[in-house]
Design a protein around this ligand. Structure first.
Ligand SMILES: Nc1ncnc2c1ncn2[C@@H]1O[C@H](COP(=O)(O)OP(=O)(O)OP(=O)(O)O)[C@@H](O)[C@H]1O
Ligand SMILES: [Mg+2]
Length: 379
């Protein structure tokens, strides 16, 4: 599905602008000319959100103007969608806003209108996990860096039809870890384990002679526990032995998570293609969300998505979206809208495009100081 025309009225610095769009579009112009505003306006019309997921607000009304924002897009199947945000000012201050939606020239109540847009775009077809807006996921390549990571993980594992059981069976080390708490899920087990270790550490710290004992332990590390218990307080030996055991389990747990990640990646590649690798966020090992949070990496560069360049983020997003669409052939390729196209690493883009056969229309922006007026060029 393509957007063939967009009419933007009174959105930020844009007074009245009509643009025609083709398959690949880069909106060019010097800084502060309004390129981002064009993209934001189009994205808002389709999703009722900004590209950074915030809502349209007072800052989007044209400064010095008290008129409504209106954005109308025309799709290549003849559908028109028009979204209007009308402000009410009292003594020059914004008091309230009202939104109106027109689909094919007929006004709809906002709620049903938004559902109808989802229907038109095909994004109502799938039962997506809570926290993921499939429409935003399929339009905005940067969405995966902004959306709820737990929901993203759920979406991925749902697509892959994976379960912990399947993974546990394939890794014997995990048994030790799971047995530690006699069942339960991985996150709870991990939390219990880390809590216990914390508790034992405190116990050891509180034991008067612990320092002496640990010094002996260091020197006599070849001695068996029985021999050690002769030369040290039994309580300390027991506690230290328990600690050592727990640490073994902790190492197993870490190995288990790594094995889980490797296996998950194999499955991920089936759905999302080999351009994208997934890694659990290490910082979350400490809390119980370890197994629920992950981030994608651009394969080949191994840059953490959270810290990656805009280019890497966009490329990862495009790769994820296009590979997802391959898996859901009944879903239409929607326009990909992203800012700062000039940051794109074109060599990688070509690879991603070649590997995933990107069918989507692309609407992006590129800074070009030599342009006095905004202009649309082919990417
Ligand atoms: N509510 C508003 N009313 C009028 N003008 C606004 C409003 N909000 C922002 N602007 C103006 O919009 C311009 C910024 O537009 P935009 O961010 O789309 O530019 P850009 O072409 O993307 O620039 P860059 O190349 O720096 O990314 C600025 O001149 C800013 O003052
Ligand atoms: Mg910009």
């Amino acid at each position: 599905m393509k957007i063939i025309k967009a009419k933007i009225t009174k959105y930020r610095n844009l007074e009245n602008l009509t643009i025609k769009l083709s398959k690949s579009n880069a909106i060019c112009g010097k800084n502060a000319i309004g390129k981002t505003n064009v993209l934001e306006a189009i994205y808002w019309c389709l999703t009722d959100k900004h590209l950074n997921l915030t809502s349209v607000g007072a800052e989007d009304y044209k400064i010095g103007d008290q008129d409504a924002i209106a954005v109308k897009v025309e799709l290549d199947n003849g559908t028109t969608i028009e979204r209007v945000n009308a402000p009410t000012y009292v003594k020059g201050k914004l008091q309230a806003t009202t939104q109106h939606l027109w689909i094919n020239g007929e006004e709809r109540p906002k709620k049903t209108g938004d559902v109808e847009i989802d229907n038109i775009l095909g994004t109502l077809k799938l039962d997506t996990p809570k926290g993921i807006d499939l429409k935003q996921f399929l339009i905005n390549p940067l969405y995966i860096t902004l959306c709820d990571k737990e929901a993203l993980y759920k979406l991925i594992t749902k697509e892959l039809d994976m379960s912990d059981v399947k993974i546990v069976k394939q890794d014997k080390r995990a048994e030790l870890f799971i047995n530690y708490v006699n069942g339960g899920d991985v996150a709870t087990s991990y939390k219990k384990l880390t809590d216990d270790i914390k508790k034992i550490n405190t116990e050891l710290k509180n034991l008067q002679s612990v320092r002496t004992f640990l010094d002996i332990w260091k020197v006599e590390k070849d001695k068996t526990w029985e021999q050690l218990s002769v030369i040290a307080d039994t309580n300390i030996v027991n506690a230290a032995q328990m600690l050592a055991e727990r640490e073994t389990i902790k190492i197993s747990a870490q190995k288990y998570f790594e094995a889980q990640r490797v296996l998950m990646n194999k499955e991920v590649h089936k759905v999302f293609g080999e351009d994208v690798d997934w890694k659990f966020i290490e910082e979350n090992q400490k809390d119980d969300s370890y197994s629920l949070v992950c981030y994608p990496l651009v394969k080949g560069k191994k840059t953490k998505l959270a810290n990656g360049s805009t280019s890497e983020k966009i490329l990862t997003g495009i790769s994820v979206i296009t590979n997802y669409l391959k898996h859901h052939k009944d879903l239409e390729a929607l326009p990909l809208i992203f800012d700062e196209g000039e940051t794109l690493d074109h060599e990688s883009l070509e690879k991603v495009v070649a590997n995933s056969q990107v069918k989507n229309q692309i609407i992006t922006s590129i800074v070009r100081d030599e342009y006095k007026e905004m202009e649309i060029i082919k990417l």
